[in-house]
Design a protein around this ligand. Structure first.
Ligand code: ATP
Ligand code: SF4
Ligand code: MG
Length: 324
């Protein structure tokens, strides 16, 4: 893994939302609060965490739909942290697939128009070349024969088919990097495996880097090379998928896995349950280890000092005092 080519590198990135309070004040929502992460070419990194942990904000920051307030983003060796007017080249290389296939496609456009729009914006091909690219993308996502879909509108398709159109729209530009934000969570269970399998195959064929965002740690098993576990704006555990799933280290990762029915009984953590409850708000995160109010192993030190990352086994890192 270490010899692979780095595609995108996030260095201590912070992305906050500022909500107005009264006339002159604003409150900072620290959605992403110091994340460092690398995605290599041809690799899928899963971002796992419960609702509100900052996954979507991180994904949007990585494709620069949001601008971070601190840190650096390096894409193919170029600093894109504060890219503004000269963004078109990056837009072509980095695409996002959204969670909701029902709202992410323009209902007034045909599938042909939806897929042709990015090609026109990026001045790619003449009309007949574009037709070819569109037909190929539809075939790749198994919407074939393409002619059957070209003049349809999104409402004429099933949820799974719409999400395939969303993937085809990302693919027509031949991106190097895709952020797939919960791409299967809103479609019926029967199409989920097919869509993840399809994305995986396309990724391998074109050697793309993928950031796969999910709250369902079980789906990472077949779809990702590495897992980054996110809690309240920070990554608390990182490592190869097989190692993290087999030997989850952070109490929070274990809690996430407990929520998933696991056919392998040796993977159960029965000793102590993590304190249940809603995650605290990113407006005023707890000091020290952010997980301490819910952690059954928390000590006085956990409340004061933030634990640093330690490498517990090769390439497998955790930020928790249990592993010092
Ligand atoms: N536009 C916004 N303005 C203010 N706060 C926001 C905005 N978008 C997100 N947040 C807040 O930032 C935090 C992180 O949100 P984010 O959507 O990144 O989490 P997530 O991990 O993707 O959650 P989910 O699994 O529910 O999609 C949450 O507390 C959320 O309420
Ligand atoms: S550092 Fe302390 S509070 Fe945080 S996860 Fe580890 S034991 Fe729990
Ligand atoms: Mg989200």
């Amino acid at each position: 893994m270490k010899t692979m080519e780095v595609l995108i590198e996030l260095k201590n990135v912070k992305t906050y939302y500022f909500i107005p309070k009264g006339l002159f004040k604003t409150i900072a929502v620290r959605a992403v609060d110091g994340v460092s992460l690398t995605v290599h070419r041809g690799e899928t990194v899963a971002i796992v965490g419960e609702s509100g942990s900052g996954k979507t904000t991180l994904g949007k920051t990585a494709v620069r739909l949001l601008e971070p307030i601190a840190g650096k983003i390096i894409f193919e060796g170029k600093d894109i942290t504060h890219l503004k007017g000269d963004m078109l080249w990056f837009r072509r290389k980095a695409q996002m697939i959204f969670q909701d296939p029902f709202t992410s496609l323009n209902p007034y456009m045909t599938i042909r128009q939806i897929l042709e729009e990015p090609l026109i914006i990026h001045k790619i091909g003449d009309p007949s070349e574009r037709e070819e690219i569109i037909a190929k993308a539809l075939t790749e996502v198994k919407l074939s024969p393409p002619e059957e879909f070209l003049s349809k509108y999104p409402h004429m398709l099933s949820g799974g088919q719409r999400q395939k159109v969303g993937i085809a729209r990302a693919l027509v530009l031949r991106p190097d990097f895709i952020v797939a934000d919960e791409p299967v969570s809103m479609i019926d269970a029967s199409s989920r495996a097919e869509i993840l399998y399809l994305l995986r195959n396309i990724q391998r064929e074109y050697k793309m880097g993928i950031m796969y965002i999910t709250h369902d740690i079980a789906t990472t098993k077949y779809f990702s090379d590495n897992i980054a576990v996110m809690y309240l704006g920070k990554i608390v555990e990182f490592g190869p998928t097989s190692k993290v799933l087999k030997n989850p280290l952070h109490p929070y990762t274990r809690a996430l896995m407990e929520a998933v029915p696991d056919p392998d009984p040796s993977n159960r953590f029965k000793e102590r349950k993590v304190i249940p409850g809603e995650p605290p708000s990113p407006i005023n995160p707890p000091s020290g280890c952010r997980f301490h109010p819910r952690c059954p192993y928390a000590t006085e030190r956990c409340k004061k000092e933030e634990p640093k990352f330690v490498e517990v086994e090769p390439d497998h890192y955790v930020a928790c005092y249990l592993y010092e």
